[in-house]
Structures are given as C-alpha cells and as structure tokens.
Design a binder for this molecule. Structure first.
Ligand SMILES: [Zn+2]
Length: 108
C-alpha cells in the first residue's frame, strides 16, 4: 500500500466510496418493491413505465458514479480494471478492502 496516503485520507476516501456503493445497492434493492407498489396503487402500465424510467436514470447515475470512484490508496478506479466495472469489496488495483481493515486487503 502507498505509505504517502495518511490513515485519515484513507478513511475519508473509503467512507465516500462506501456511501456511493450503498446508494447503488439501495437503488437496485428498491426496484421490485417500487414497481409492485406503483402497479398496485396506480394500476397503470404508463405510470409504472414513468417510474421505471426515473429509476433507470438514477440507477445509471449511481452505477457510473460508483464505477468511476477512485481508490483512496492507489488513486486508480476502485471498481474498474479494464472496460467493465466490477463491484467487488477490494480495490481491483491495490487490493485495499472497502472496510479499511488491513487484514482484509488482498495481494499483501
Ligand atoms: Zn487501490
């Protein structure tokens, strides 16, 4: 791990990363309940379609923001090593774990 990065910086960066990931999981998680509730209340395919459209926009934003988030340790893209993002819990470059717990880091 790069020793130039302080513990405080690392924690700060990881906290921001965790927030982005959490937002993405929440967006994915609310999909089914949201669709069920909207169909149930509105009974309309058109209104459900509009909600789906909004959801798709938000989830796309969340996926992109998370995919392009940088690792606080090595400054590379935490979830991307190549073209497709992979939302693992370790940095794909330096192996830093999302929790910041050193015993969970990879490649060390
Ligand atoms: Zn890294």
């Amino acid at each position: 791990m790069d020793k130039k990065v302080s513990r405080v910086e690392l924690e700060y960066g990881l906290r921001s990363l965790r927030r982005k990931r959490m937002f993405l999981w929440v967006m994915i998680g609310i999909y089914l309940p949201m669709i069920w509730i909207v169909i149930d209340i509105s009974g309309s395919d058109k209104i459900t379609g509009i909600y789906f459209g909004f959801w798709l926009v938000f989830v796309t934003i969340a996926a992109n923001v998370t995919a392009f988030a940088r690792c606080p340790s090595c400054k590379n893209l935490f979830h991307m090593n190549g073209v497709f993002p992979m939302y693992f819990r370790n940095c794909l470059h330096c192996g830093l774990h999302i929790s910041g717990e050193e015993n969970k880091n990879k490649f060390e």
